[in-house]
Write a protein that binds this ligand. Sequence first.
Ligand SMILES: [Zn+2]
Length: 432
Amino acid sequence: MTNPITFAFKSKGRLALIKRARSIAKRYSLTPIQMDRALQQFSDVLQRFDCGATLPITAVTLKRHSDTITKYLDKNFEFAVHGFTHVDYSHLAPELQAAHLHLARQVFTQAGINPTGFRSPYLSRESNLNSAIKSAGYSYVSNQPILWDVIVPDALNPFATTGYEQAVAFYNPWRIGERLSLPLLKDQLVEIPVSLPDDEILIDRLGGANDIVKETWLRILSQSYKLGELFTLQLHPERIKLCADGLLAVLSKACALTPKVWCARLDEIATWWKARSEATIEVSTKNDGEYHCIVNGPNGTTVLARAVQVNIPSSPWMNGYRALKATHFNVQSPMRPFIGVSPSTSIELLHFLRQQGFLVEISQESMLYSCFIDQVNYDGSQERAVLDKIEGTGCSLIRLGRWPDGAQSALAVTGDIDALTLWDYGLRLIGK
Ligand SMILES: [Zn+2]
């Protein structure tokens, strides 16, 4: 197992580590009082917007302070598992991963919490870990960082540039230009990406405070809204004082947008994504160029239509789509307003398209479809390119919205809790 001090050195660099040691002494006290205040401030900001949050917490920390933590259960906080101890799970043998996941669940259950999600310390991930997480009964994992295009490294001072580049190299995130910031249902486990830059990068590495936090997060909100994707904001509660203005600004802006931004906890997002991914659209051909559609999906399912005639009321939505007011309707379109794919198209691509809410039909008759894909090779790094191609054509389409009740994008506020006291922090450094 990696020594946590070596690990922190690797992830943060020497100067940032010294700075971090100083700030830890300011952010934690010998008792949980200071963190309790931070959680209270976090909750106060969120409650102004009737918004919940997901706080992944290390099980040993929960065990030591269950009274402090459980009083926030009725404040719309979801507590997810942030490891049994704060160690790098990608370096644990499979049997140890399973044992930790099991022990963590026991601790949460004893505290009266039924955890449904997992986020690794250090966002560590490797191929077997997700199977272990699924086998241990969790329904989602939020380990995959995705870097938004909001920081220009050349514009930073040299210290900040080094810190930023070290963070990016350490997390090895997906890039928003290639990947979608969206959940993905894989083998019944919902994988939910977490957005970078987070508070740690902005405050500790870029030397920022409320201004840079606010500016950066507002830019991510704006990009995620434009793309209709998910902004999983990461704000460790111990930094709430330095980030409260940024969080307030993001929530104020998000609540003012129309179509709305769905503000939800990760457990709600996982439940929705799974149910929406299983929604179906039954299509029967009425006449040439006329189809009857019945959509079966969870409450809140939104049907979107573009460049077609429908026989029910609809309202303008985003990107050329209209939101339909019912789930049974007739649609007129000279070509089938669904996505046709050739029989040889990659199964992974099919799976991806269906999760985006498209009705995908396997066919050899490309001429029947307003949008037809024939792509044998596909991997996740092509997802943005595939989607841009579909959306860019403006072709006739009936599809499902990604988010409930016509929301355009989603926002999840999250914040990992590694420690409530200086003692916890010290124990964390020796892997306890
Ligand atoms: Zn952590």
